[in-house]
Design a protein around this ligand. Structure first.
Ligand code: BAL
Ligand code: ZN
Length: 844
């Protein structure tokens, strides 16, 4: 397969002045007529007229009204064209019904919808399908569907047709079309400058009652972007559509966001608190793309982090403002360590701005998105809040309507702050998670912190330069008072010391506050000091982090030395859980153990081969000991943290329910699952019903309730995804592959629906000891499923291959078994480019 390189970028030979599209919809024979005005591009090195096109049946083509015969290949067409502006017209036929890859125009439950990012538009018609080619689009849709939508503002509409015009030039990846029997949840929004905008969430009939929360989230997002970034919406209409079959979470098409139904539909009866929080964040994310992504887009796909890192950063700021900033920061750190660190430290490691790819879909990664957002956060920390917003104003002013690069982005900060950010760019170009170690000394009132940074080699990058690392530090004195408030140290060298003078006693340092950089911090320190920080740190993130470090140390000692759960840590947990002065959501996070995969990684980092079963046993023993130690207070704590009154998905109630759920999980270990059974009986919202069922299934006392849940919810796809996932997630390790395998034969399992596939296979890959069963049954099942899915949906198949990226952590037997499966996948005849690239990189 061809590899594409950043260094090869050249502008397209033509600019596109306008695009007119007509769609004649038919499930198996949709006709797409295009009329595109091209003009020579004076900035391009050549005038080679190549239009992308895949799986298209060309019916006819004309230039300036004259029929032409282009040369067709598997990937597009070429044609001789005039050396002056001209009109290209083509008619193609496509088959949405047969499109199971869910890229381009496809059908989902009888409804037409599109996904064009990154390179789906070329499956709709012949076009220069690259983000630096921007144009206005006029669209006419002809069909029998009740609702027919596209980007921009609505135009004429009549029996059997609907017209749309998008006045904002955009790349083809932002094109969208939806047509089907849809109903809307309407609302309106008045922008700061008084523009009245019609808002709609379009859903299948029956889902109307699940739109109100998403609509509120949209209006909050619109207000927030005006208040915080000064960005207003720019069309008369903003449409959101919910679709059941969707590879991603959602898509920011101009004026017509398309959402995986799991990321927009919400009701108390069917959605958990976590679903509500995620929906609010994704609605915001897609809306925020209107400026960071759509008005200013990417020059090429190597620059994906330009829009994704920034937009993830913006949606994280939004969530922090809507909910709790410390809780959001802790959740983001957990997520980064669970998904991005393994990527950055394994065979799939790539820079935040990659320099080569075979299939761009494989680079919609935690590194581009989440590490990309961390890089923005560091930049903001380094320049300060005010300078950050000044730079952003300049970014919008200078680059509105353009397709940009990371260089453009950095230049805006350099120009507006006067700083030289050359070294900072290493964060974009060099992969791998930096390790930062720290040593301290205290003498004559001066406290010195000495940091050392190294970044291990990653594929294709043996050498790493030092990065600019903002290290937020606070110092506490032994009675818990803060003697030096949070100060950002700017580390730029491989080794660097920072002094704090005039201290009357040796302080206790709180380092990397608020997780100020995405690095692995190592510091030899005592359990006492960690327990002190867990009790006293004024920085909530580091308070949680101290607990996490204690938890990890205890777990590792249990696995490697056969130690008992650390008594001091158990005591600390007990006082925290009982401390009503603390935010319940924070207490829930402190009570949430590190994942078994995280412990496996921590062991591997210490040169110990992780044994998944031993790690699982240690987790179980720890939780059982904690439950027994707390046994006297658990029933009281459970009652005291119960949320009374009607369900509200706000941060306060959700935090309390999270704590209550953690307590129920402990209580279930000692009360014969009585409280969980009662909660399941009386549940009036999905959060408590789901929690109760999880506890019951984990205790292997939930068969009847699982059946009842199934009967209650079998007609609700999204709730059934939870039912599928829960059974695999809670299964004892030795049962997990078998449970997952049986579920793939369940009548409601369908490999064609990405949500259902991920519910089962994603849950298996996250049941650490289950997936890594020594007999290799977990690996074998995943490989069987990936081989079955690849011809239907390469994108989702390739994404799921990441479950195998950590293979080098494990013992020789497991490695051998994983390699066997990887090779089996790679040997499949006609394997997709997506999956082939992922498997090859993992094997390398
Ligand atoms: N642009 C792909 C989906 C998202 O990141 O919003
Ligand atoms: Zn995005």
């Amino acid at each position: 397969p061809e590899t594409f390189y950043l260094k090869d970028y050249a502008p397209f030979g033509f600019v596109v002045e306008s695009v007119e599209l007509t769609f004649r919809l038919a499930p198996e024979t949709t006709r797409v007529l295009s009329k595109i005005r091209f003009a020579p591009n004076p900035d391009a090195p050549d005038r080679h007229f190549f239009l992308h096109g895949e799986k298209l049946k060309l019916i006819s083509s004309r230039i300036n009204g004259e029929a032409v015969t282009p040369v067709l290949t598997d990937t597009g067409l070429t044609c001789d064209v005039p050396d002056q502006p001209f009109t290209w017209e083509a008619e193609v036929e496509i088959n949405p019904q047969a499109n199971t890859a869910l890229e381009g125009l496809y059908m989902s439950n009888g409804m037409y919808c599109t996904q064009c990012e990154a390179e789906g538009f070329r499956k709709i018609t012949y076009y220069p399908d690259r983000p630096d080619v921007m144009s206005t689009f006029s669209v006419r849709i002809e069909g029998e569907e009740k609702v027919m939508l596209s980007n921009g503002n609505p135009g004429d509409r009549g029996a059997g047709y609907s017209e749309w015009h998008d006045p904002w030039p955009k790349p083809a990846y932002l094109f969208a079309l939806v047509a089907g029997d849809l109903v809307n949840h309407p609302d309106r929004f008045s922008t700061g400058s008084g523009k009245d905008v019609e808002l709609n969430i379009w859903v299948r009939p029956g889902d109307e009652d699940k739109c109100a929360f998403g609509m509120e989230a949209l209006k909050k997002s619109m207000t927030w972007d005006e208040e915080v970034y000064g960005r207003e919406y720019d069309l008369d209409v903003f449409n959101i559509v919910a679709v059941d079959d969707f590879n991603m979470g959602a898509m920011e098409n101009k004026g017509l966001n398309i959402f995986n139904s799991s990321c927009v539909l919400a009701s108390p009866e069917t959605s958990t608190d976590a679903n509500f929080e995620r929906i609010e964040a994704i609605i915001a994310h897609e809306y925020f793309h209107n400026w960071t992504g759509n008005r200013i887009t990417c020059r090429d796909w190597f620059q994906l982090c330009l829009k994704e890192g920034l937009t993830v950063y913006r949606d994280a700021q939004f969530t922090a403002d809507m909910r709790s900033a410390p809780v959001k920061r802790i959740e983001d750190a957990i997520d980064l360590r669970a998904r991005q660190f393994p990527e950055d430290n394994g065979p799939l490691a790539h820079p935040v701005r990659p320099e080569a790819f075979q299939e761009i879909n494989n680079f919609y990664t935690a590194t581009v998105y989440e590490k990309g957002a961390e890089v923005i956060g560091m930049l903001k920390r380094l320049v300060g809040d005010e300078a950050y917003y000044t730079a952003l104003d300049l970014y919008f002013e200078r680059h509105d309507g353009q397709a940009c690069t990371i260089e453009d982005w950095i230049k805006v900060f350099e120009d507006s702050t006067g700083r030289d950010l050359a070294q900072f760019k290493n964060w974009y170009s060099q992969a791998g998670t930096p390790r930062v170690s720290v040593q301290d000394s205290y003498e004559g009132g001066t406290y010195t912190l000495t940091f050392r940074q190294t970044t291990p080699p990653t594929p294709g990058q043996d050498h790493k330069d030092p990065k600019v690392i903002p290290i937020a530090v606070g110092l506490l004195n032994p009675n818990g008072d803060e003697v030096v408030p949070t100060t950002v140290l700017e580390m730029t060298k491989a080794e660097q010391s920072f002094r704090f003078e005039g201290l009357s006693a040796r302080p206790i340092p709180s380092i990397l506050r608020d997780f100020s950089a995405p690095v692995i911090l190592t510091r030899e320190t005592s359990a006492e000091e960690r327990a002190f920080l867990l009790a006293h740190d004024t920085d909530p993130f580091n308070r949680w982090e101290a607990g996490r470090e204690l938890a990890k140390a205890s777990r590792i000692a249990m696995v490697t030395e056969g130690a008992s759960p650390d008594a001091q840590y158990l005591d600390a947990l007990q006082s925290l859980v009982r401390d009503d002065a603390l935010d319940p959501a924070f207490r829930a996070l402190v009570l949430s153990p590190p994942s078994e995969s995280e412990i496996a990684q921590a062991l591997a980092d210490q040169g110990v081969t992780p044994d998944p079963d031993a790690i699982h046993d240690a987790a179980e023993t720890f939780a059982q000991t904690l439950a027994q130690n707390l046994s006297d207070s658990l029933p009281r704590l459970f009652a005291a943290t119960k949320v009374e009154g009607p369900y509200k998905p706000d941060a306060r109630d959700a935090g309390l329910r999270a704590l209550n759920g953690r307590i129920l999980a402990l209580l279930t270990r000692i009360d014969g699952a009585e409280a969980a059974a009662k909660q399941f009986e009386t549940a009036d919202n999905m959060t408590v019903q789901n929690t109760a069922l999880a506890c019951l299934l984990k205790a292997e006392k939930g068969e009847a309730q699982s059946q009842a849940f199934y009967e209650q919810w079998q007609d609700d796809r999204l709730v059934m995804d939870k039912w599928f996932a829960l059974q695999v997630a809670t299964a004892r390790p030795e049962r997990a592959p078998g449970v997952a395998e049986a579920l793939t034969r369940h009548p409601l399992f369908t490999i064609k629906n990405p949500n259902r596939f991920r519910a089962v296979m994603g849950a298996l890959s996250m049941n650490h000891a289950g997936f890594h069963q020594a007999d290799g049954s977990g690996y074998r099942l995943l490989a069987d499923q990936l081989i079955a899915l690849d011809p239907l949906n390469p994108q989702t198949t390739a994404r799921m291959c990441t479950a195998l990226q950590t293979w080098k952590r494990y013992d020789a037997d497991r490695q051998e078994k994983i390699l066997t499966e990887l090779k089996r996948i790679k040997a499949v005849d006609g394997l997709s480019r997506d999956t082939n690239e992922m498997v090859s990189r993992i094997l390398d």
